[in-house]
Structures are given as C-alpha cells and as structure tokens.
Design a protein around this ligand. Structure first.
Ligand code: B1M
Length: 227
C-alpha cells in the first residue's frame, strides 16, 4: 500500500513505526505526506515524531532497545524535524528578543532543546544555540558576547539536571544573574526542581516555553525591568 492510501491514523502509526526502526528516509517521506494533507507542523510533531519517540523511550527504559538503535531513531526524528524546521522557524514574526540555549554539561540529548530553539525562532526570538554538553563558562561567555534577555538550559538525565544549579550560581558569581531570565526544561525537570535551583521559569514543552518567553518579554518591555 502506498503512503497516499493510508488513513491519517495509519499514517501516524507508520511514522511512529519507521521512527522506531530508525528509517530516516521513510520518516522524511511521511512527514512530507502529513504536511501535504494539511496537518500543521505541530500536529506532525506530536502525532508522529514525538509519539514515536515516546515508544522508543519506553522500550529503551525497559531494555528492549539499546543506544545504537535509539541513535538511529534520533537521527530519523531529526530528519523529520528538518522538514518542519522552515515552517516552524520562518514565520515572519517580528524580532522580539534574544535567547541563548544549550544542553548542560555531561548531557548530549539535543532533540527537545532543538525543538525549543526552532519554536522560539518561529515566535520571533533570535536564538543562539550552544549545542550540547555546555559547562557554566560557555553560558557565561555566550551571555557576555550576545547579551540575551533569556537563557535556556535543557537536561534529559537525572544525573545532569543538578548542573543547572551550578550554572545559576556561576551567573550570580559573575554578577550576571539579574540580567537574564533563566528558563529550564527537559524530561526529568519539574516546576519544583526549577524553583529549587533558582530558575525563573520551568517549561514542560516547547510550546509552553515560547508562551513563557513571550510573556516575560512583554513584562520586561512594560515594566522596563531586568530579569
Ligand atoms: Co537517552 N536517556 N541516554 N539517549 N534518551 C533518556 C533521557 C532516558 C529517559 C531513557 C530511558 O531510560 N527511558 C534515560 C534517562 C534516565 C534518567 O536519567 N532518569 C536515558 C539514558 C539513561 C541515556 C544514556 C545514559 C544511555 C547510556 O549510555 N547507557 C545516554 C546518556 C548520554 C549523555 O547524554 N551523556 C543516552 C543517550 C541517548 C542517545 C544518544 C542514544 C539519544 C540522544 C540523541 C540526541 O538527542 N541527539 C537518546 C535518546 C533519544 C533518549 C530518549 C529515548 C528520547 C529523548 C528525546 O529526544 N525525546 C529519552 C527517553 C525519554 O525522554 N523519555 C532518553 C523527544 C524530545 C522532543 O523530548 O527532549 O523531553 P524532550 O524535550 C521536550 C521537553 O522535555 C521540553 O520540550 C520538548 C518537547 O517540546 N524541553 C524543554 C526540553 N528541553 C527544554 C528546555 C526548555 C524548555 C523545555 O527551556 C530551556
């Protein structure tokens, strides 16, 4: 059966299966087909790519999948995200602020962080994406160089999320803490953890991150305040 003959529900299932199997080319074709059917990039992300990665995550946790297989799934997901990228990024929204974002030291997960970066760009933020495995000095250097209003930290491991506190302490030590709004996120991160490490905001997903960042910029403009 060709892709075009699949119902929408079966197309999502096929995408999830192919992502699970690390079939990059197929995921790209299915992403294009879903868009051609008029689904929004957000729908393609949630019904196809993220839903597929959720199954990968569960089987990784349960010892059914191992790192090499998960890497292939991650690459397939990234290939699908590349198709969505222009739609998420080039929305023509006016520039409203600047954000530096990175995954913290010891952590190489970047899919969710890249999704946040893309959606922030789509909302009108200039985004400086530091990539993965960033120590506190990298965040500090980037703040000095780019003067962002917002910094975002992502962590996917319970062993790396405490490093967010190290970065926030380093910002204080360098006298930069009050200049930036600190946002944190990633699968194991919670609202209470964010508060405990002294972040300004925790966002559970990319869409929420965008809304919080926009709300902060509006407050900042309105009140003429720093972070
Ligand atoms: Co890893 N991994 N992994 N992994 N991996 C997890 C995180 C894990 C939960 C899997 C599991 O056991 N179920 C587990 C962590 C357990 C724990 O700490 N409690 C785990 C582990 C153990 C590991 C290794 C240690 C495995 C090993 O080597 N034995 C190792 C660590 C490597 C390292 O970082 N040092 C490892 C490696 C890898 C791969 C390299 C194979 C690959 C990463 C590839 C890549 O990113 N380029 C990988 C993957 C893919 C995953 C899972 C399966 C999927 C993560 C993902 O991309 N999700 C993951 C399982 C899971 O999370 N359930 C898992 C999709 C993405 C869209 O969601 O990143 O959560 P997420 O982002 C969300 C939100 O969290 C939020 O927005 C996004 C949605 O809109 N968000 C933010 C994220 N960052 C934000 C920042 C914000 C705001 C919101 O503001 C700044």
């Amino acid at each position: 059966m060709s892709l075009k003959e699949l119902s929408d529900d079966d197309l999502w299932l096929q995408m999830q299966d192919d992502l699970y199997d690390g079939q990059k080319d197929e995921v790209v074709e299915e992403t294009k087909e879903a868009l051609a059917r008029g689904h929004t990039p957000q729908q393609v992300l949630s019904e196809g790519l993220v839903a597929g990665m959720d199954i990968v995550g569960a089987d990784f946790r349960d010892g059914i999948l191992f790192v090499p297989e998960v890497l292939m799934s991650a690459n397939a997901m990234k290939a699908g995200m590349e198709i969505l990228r222009p739609l998420l990024v080039e929305t023509g929204a006016p520039r409203i602020g600047k954000m530096v974002i990175g995954t913290v030291k010891g952590d190489i997960h970047d899919i969710g962080k890249n999704l946040v970066a893309m959606m922030m760009e789509g909302a009108g933020f200039e985004v400086i994406n530091l990539g993965v495995n960033n120590d506190a000095q990298k965040f500090i250097d980037a703040i000095r160089e780019h003067q962002p209003e917002i910094i975002g930290m992502s962590a996917l491991l319970t062993t790396t999320m405490p490093y967010m506190k190290v970065v926030i302490q380093a910002l204080k030590d360098e006298g930069l803490r009050d200049d930036v709004y600190v946002m944190v996120g990633g699968a194991p991160v919670t609202e209470s953890f964010g508060q405990a490490v002294g972040a300004d905001a925790y966002a559970r997903d990319a869409a929420v991150a965008v809304e919080m960042a926009k709300a902060y910029m509006a407050r900042r403009r309105g009140e003429g305040v720093a972070a």
